[in-house]
Structures are given as structure tokens and as C-alpha cells.
Design a protein around this ligand. Structure first.
Ligand code: MSP
Length: 660
């Protein structure tokens, strides 16, 4: 039986744009690299040999000016900053194969060799350039946007909207105009060259409107790669930079011919929408001119915006990835960026949104499913779940849904729509939460032990699948999740001996055993609503106090009499004879497990309470209700409409922690 493309990959070469190291990396630069990392990891799961190239673009006027401002040489300037990129990439687990710098000697040699080839082929000539130049974009301006400010006509760059400078200099030109027909033919033959497809139409329009020859050198800039045969010129920074994609895998190095032939052409170049023209027009033309195969695909993403403006160093509205990392950890930020920023368009970045996404998707949907499963197994002494041979109809249905979702997930990953793939994976998690809820294993534990174990096994099989499929985005948490199931990621990355874990998942018949391990929750909840509500309530009380409404003050000695403790609800059962009461079992740490009866049935489903922390008064006199003893009280916040909110610490604390 033949295996569809989306399920196989032998070799995968992916690149990121190389970054101008004018400042520390910001979240926008991290985003391009993250998408490439996700693609690289997906192909590793498919068993492919993977090369992931990223790096820094260190020559040109922009860097020279920044160095001058800093009062150091350009080389010193870039040397000082490049470590910020490599260390940030490590912190975010961006597992590149090579970090290339355009000042690396093998790159410099490759660029000169490539230029010489073009000179030998008579594809380069000397002429004068007069026109505008955008230094922030390092672009010779072909289309202009004019604005009039105080009677002065300013020429703005149409990409970044910043003022350009007028340039009159002698340059070497590349005969780009020779390639118009060839490029149009290439686009027609390769309709999937750009993802998303719509961007290809913009490129086609640009090429159809006519291509002018392109400057390949600068004679008024000195910080760059010397132009072969003419020391007065340095290579134009984009001609230098684009060639990193071939020099990074051995082009121009006689010891690396085999390596280069193996990796080139690139399978995927990842980039932001502002630099498509360089990659979709100039780069293919450069390659055609030197008889090299063209890259297979470009993945073009939108911008991260803050208050509807592009996040950029020059607008000083950048978000520091380090700060996010310290507050939320690498995996949750990676998850937010990949799942919430649709590559097809610009996306607004917001901390509130980030916290909500982490809380709802990671802590609630995924984290709780794991916690509930493990805790039930621990409570019922069956952490070792054996292989199941007889699956009930409902478990088989869950498995069929998993296979369907796996298929769609693989298609989205293959097409580079990672955010849609994640949405698909979360469908599976939600479905499994519903399965857990309807199968009620906490009841089965008492009534039907075999079915209980079968249900836990089904959930564990799903969780293992989720762990493997989420590895590209959650490289650490997914492995912790697997460990909690008693498994590990069997990624054999040795050349020619790699396993295709995705095919294994597809062909797996749910015949695995599990050894569940208890542990800390994998993810933290950031309960925005709760925080906001608490603030609103505090304001209300402040108002009341100001109006002098509190006249029954108590002393601190009264307060210390109350044993207010944090506990986790480990079981929640409805009491049949009552339409209000739940019987809760609460793990109160050193205070033991308490049975607490609470009249909250109409406000919460058991799933809203299970494995959640709440605040309890433990030294209330025990009370009998419907023949059962209640050994404490759960604290709840009640608003004017009688809506109830559970009270809990903002981040989990050990059970039994007292409120001080
Ligand atoms: N040096 C060139 C690329 C040469 S590739 C042969 C360059 N560097 S850059 O540092 O200005 O930008 C690098 C990448 O970061 C681009 O893909 C750009 O789109 C991306 N981003 C910069 N700011 C961004 C956002 N606010 N949002 C998303 N990506 C953004 O261009």
C-alpha cells in the first residue's frame, strides 16, 4: 500500500531569514525562527534527515551606521550582539543545525565564487545608479511613496514608510531583466511555490510589470564582501545575504560537494511578508543565473503587531522574548505564538490573550486531562495499566476519531499551516475530555474495574498521541507528558536509521501499556477572569468602607481562629437525594483528606471542580447532612445575581497551605 506524501519525508532542509544584529532579537525575529523549528521537528518525527539553518546578516550600511553610533567597529559591533541571538534561540529550544554569520570565511568565499561565475557568464555590467535607497530595508527603491511635509517633498519607502536617501553611485548591475519570462514560467509550473498561495499573485504582478536590472554592489559603503576584481566595491548586502542559503550547506567548498548536493535545493525558506520579493524574484533569478536548482517552497508569514502597529526595533514597541520566557516558560510562549498567530495575516500580540490561551488550552484542556487520569489511577492503586485486548465500542469510536484527526493534522503540517494543525489536535483533546466525562471512570472504579482500566488506557493512548504530535511546538512539555505516562520519545536521529513516528501512530492498534507517574501540573493557569473579578470586588468593598458601612470589625486574634487552607478537589460526586449537594473529597495536604458537602450542583459540573484547587475553612464544626458528615466548608465568591466563583490561588500551591 502506498504511503501518502504527508506521512513521509526523507530529507528536509529549512531556513530562516538571517537577522540584522542591530539590537537584541525581538519577538518578531523569534517568530520566523520558531516556525522553521516547528517545520524541522515535524520532519524529524517523519524520520527525515533534517538541516535547519539560521543566522545573522552582518554586512551593509545599516550595520555600519549602527556600529558608528555605538562607537565601535562593525566587526566588534556584530560580535557583541550575535551571542544574544544564539543564546535566545537555545533558550527557546530552536534546534538549528548551523548558525551562519555572513562574516564567516566559508560564506565570504562562496559569495565571491558565485559573483565570479556571474561575471564569467557576462551577467554583470558596470553603470551609474541614481535613485533612492532605503537603509533600514537595505533596498534600492523601485516604487515610491511621496509625502509632503512642511513644503519639503519626502520620499518614503513603501515597505517600511521611513524616509529614503538619494543615491548617485557607480555600481555593478545584474541582468535581472533577462529572467522575467523564465520566472513567470517557473511560477506557472509551481503554483505551490509560496504559502499562502495568494502571495504568489502579488509576486507575479510585480514580475509582469517588468523587471529592471538590479544593483549587486555598493561603492559608497565599505562594510561588506569585496567585489571580485574591484576593491572599490563591496557586494550589495542582499546578494551577500541570500547566498547564505547555499553557503550554509557547503556551496563553494570543494570538501563539501557531496553535502551540498545532498541538501540543496532547500525544501522551505521561512520569512516575513516584507521580504518576499527578495526571495521570490531576486533569489530564484540568482540561482537560475548560476545553474542551480530553485528552492521548493517559501513560507511567508504576517507580522506580529502591538496596538495595530508592526512590532519593530525602530518603533520601540518590541516585546522582549526573554521577559516572556521568565514569566511563562519557553513551551507555553511557543504554543501561543504558533497557535494564535495565523501565518496568513498580521496578528495582534497581547499578554491577556497569551495568559488566557495558556490557561484554557494548556492548563485546563491538556494539563487537567493528564492530572485527572493520573490521580484516579493513583487513588485506585492501578498506575500500571496493562495492554487492553477487548475495546468497548466507545473506546473504538474515540480511536477512529483520533485517526481522522491525525490525518487532518498531518495534512495541515505538510501544508505548513501549523496553527490549523494545532486547532485540530485540540479538537482531539476536547473530545477526550468529553469521553472522560461521559465514561465517568471515578464511578467505574467502584463498579467495574475492567472497564475502569480500559477507559484509562484509552485516555493514555490519546495522551501519548497528543504528546508526540505536539512535540514540534512543545518540545519539553511533550516529553514530560510522555514520562508521566511511562513512555519516552523514541526519536532515533542517526542518519539512515530514523523511525517515522507518525506512521507508527497511524498504524498503532492501541496495544501499549502505561506506567503512570504522579507529579506537579505541567502548566500554570493564569486566571484572568478571576483576577479581574477579584479586583472589581475589592473596589466594591473599598467603596463600602468609605461609606462607613463596616461597623462590626473583628480583631486579628479572631481571624487567626479560622483555619483557612488551600486544598485540591480529588473527587466530586452528586448526592442522589439532593438537587443541590455535591460530596467532595478534598486533599488538604497535612490536614488529610476531608469530606465536604457543598450546595453548588447547579453552578458547577464535576469537571469544573475536579483536580482544581480551592479555599476551605477546616475548623467549622462537622455537620450531618442527609446522613453524611461535612468536615469543612468551601469558600466561594457570590455576586449580586448569585453567580458563584470558586476561589483559588493564582498559581498552584501545595495542598494544606494556610492563608496568612
Ligand atoms: N536581513 C534581512 C533578511 C535576509 S534573509 C536572506 C532582514 N532582516 S530583519 O532582521 O530585518 O528581519 C528578519 C525577519 O524578521 C523577517 O522575516 C521579518 O519579516 C521578521 N520580522 C521582523 N519584525 C517582525 C514582526 N513584527 N513580526 C513578524 N516578523 C517580523 O530582513
Amino acid at each position: 500500500m502506498s504511503v501518502e506524501n504527508k506521512f513521509q519525508s526523507q530529507k528536509f532542509y529549512v531556513t530562516t531569514p538571517i537577522y540584522y544584529p542591530t539590537a537584541k532579537p525581538h519577538l518578531g525575529s523569534l517568530y520566523s525562527t520558531l516556525l522553521a523549528d516547528v517545520a524541522a521537528r515535524w520532519h524529524k518525527l517523519l524520520g527525515a534527515q533534517v538541516f535547519f539553518l539560521t543566522g545573522t546578516d552582518e554586512h551593509g550600511q545599516k550595520i555600519a551606521q549602527a556600529a558608528e553610533k555605538a562607537g565601535v567597529s562593525p566587526q566588534q559591533f556584530v560580535d557583541n550582539l550575535v551571542g544574544e541571538y544564539t543564546s535566545m534561540w537555545h533558550k527557546y529550544e530552536l534546534a538549528y543545525t548551523r548558525f551562519i554569520r555572513t562574516t564567516d570565511s566559508d560564506h565570504v568565499q562562496a559569495v565571491q565564487l558565485w559573483l565570479q561565475k556571474l561575471i564569467d557568464r557576462n551577467l554583470i555590467y558596470k553603470a551609474n545608479y541614481t535613485g533612492y535607497y532605503c537603509t533600514p530595508c537595505e533596498t534600492f527603491i523601485t516604487d515610491l511613496a511621496y509625502v509632503k511635509s512642511q513644503d519639503i517633498e519626502l520620499v518614503l519607502c513603501s515597505t517600511c514608510q521611513r524616509p529614503t536617501s538619494y543615491l548617485a553611485e557607480e555600481n555593478y548591475f545584474f541582468r535581472l531583466s533577462n529572467y522575467q519570462a523564465k520566472l513567470l514560467d517557473f511560477y506557472a509550473q509551481n503554483p505551490n511555490f509560496i504559502v499562502p498561495k495568494e502571495r504568489l499573485n502579488e509576486v507575479i504582478k510585480f514580475v509582469e510589470s517588468g523587471l529592471r536590472d538590479l544593483c549587486l554592489s555598493r561603492s559608497t559603503v565599505t562594510w561588506g564582501i569585496k567585489f571580485p576584481g574591484d576593491n572599490k566595491h563591496v557586494t550589495y548586502v542582499w546578494a551577500d545575504a541570500l547566498n547564505n542559503y547555499i553557503s550554509g550547506v557547503g556551496y563553494g567548498n570543494s570538501n563539501k560537494t557531496k553535502e551540498f548536493d545532498f541538501w540543496w535545493p532547500a525544501d522551505l525558506h521561512v520569512m516575513g511578508k516584507d521580504i518576499v520579493r527578495f526571495h521570490a524574484v531576486y533569489w530564484p533569478a540568482f540561482l537560475l543565473a548560476s545553474d542551480l536548482p530553485l528552492p521548493k517552497q517559501l513560507l511567508v508569514h504576517g507580522w506580529l503587531k502591538v496596538n495595530d502597529q508592526k512590532m519593530s526595533k525602530s518603533l520601540s514597541n518590541t516585546i522582549d522574548p526573554e521577559e516572556l520566557l521568565n514569566n511563562y516558560g519557553a513551551d507555553p510562549v511557543r504554543y501561543y505564538l504558533v497557535s494564535q498567530m495565523a501565518i496568513t495575516r498580521d496578528s495582534e500580540f497581547s499578554i491577556v490573550d497569551l495568559e488566557q490561551k495558556i490557561s484554557s488550552d494548556l492548563a485546563n484542556d491538556l494539563g487537567n486531562l493528564l492530572n485527572r487520569t493520573v490521580q484516579l489511577a493513583v487513588q485506585n492503586n492501578c498506575v500500571k495499566i496493562p495492554v487492553i485486548t477487548n475495546w468497548s465500542e466507545s473506546s473504538q469510536k474515540l480511536r477512529s476519531s483520533l485517526l481522522e484527526i491525525l490525518d487532518t493534522y498531518a495534512q495541515y503540517m505538510h501544508d505548513n499551516y501549523y496553527y490549523l494543525a494545532l486547532a485540530e489536535l485540540w479538537k482531539l483533546i476536547k473530545l477526550t475530555n468529553a469521553f472522560f466525562h461521559t465514561q465517568a471512570p471515578w464511578v467505574l472504579a467502584k463498579t467495574d474495574c475492567n472497564k475502569f482500566i480500559e477507559i484509562l488506557s484509552a485516555v493514555c493512548h490519546v495522551l501519548r498521541t497528543v504528546a508526540i504530535l505536539s512535540w514540534p511546538v512543545l518540545p519539553t512539555k511533550s516529553q514530560q507528558l510522555l514520562q508521566r505516562l511511562g513512555h519516552e520519545l523514541a526519536l532515533d536521529l542517526k542518519p539512515n536509521n530514523s523511525k517515522n513516528l507518525i506512521l507508527e501512530l497511524k498504524n498503532n492498534h492501541w496495544d501499549l501499556d502505561f506506567n503512570l507517574q504522579a507529579g506537579e501540573p505541567l502548566f500554570t493557569r493564569y486566571d484572568q477572569n478571576l483576577k479581574i473579578k477579584v479586583t472589581e470586588k475589592t473596589n466594591m468593598s473599598v467603596e463600602n468602607i468609605n461609606q462607613g458601612n463596616i461597623n462590626n470589625y473583628i480583631g486579628i486574634e479572631d481571624l487567626t481562629k479560622i483555619e483557612l487552607v488551600v486544598g485540591t478537589i480529588i473527587n466530586c460526586e452528586a448526592i442522589e437525594k439532593s438537587d443541590k449537594l455535591y460530596k467532595l473529597q478534598v486533599d488538604c495536604g497535612a490536614y488529610g483528606t476531608r469530606q465536604i458537602l457543598s450546595g453548588i450542583k447547579q453552578y458547577f459540573a464535576p469537571a469544573d471542580l475536579l483536580n482544581r484547587q480551592a479555599l476551605f475553612v477546616l475548623n467549622l464544626k462537622p455537620r450531618q447532612m442527609l446522613g453524611l458528615e461535612s468536615q469543612g466548608m468551601m469558600l466561594l465568591a457570590k455576586d449580586a445575581e448569585n453567580n458563584l466563583q470558586r476561589m483559588a490561588p493564582i498559581a498552584p500551591v501545595p495542598n494544606g497551605t494556610r492563608l496568612a
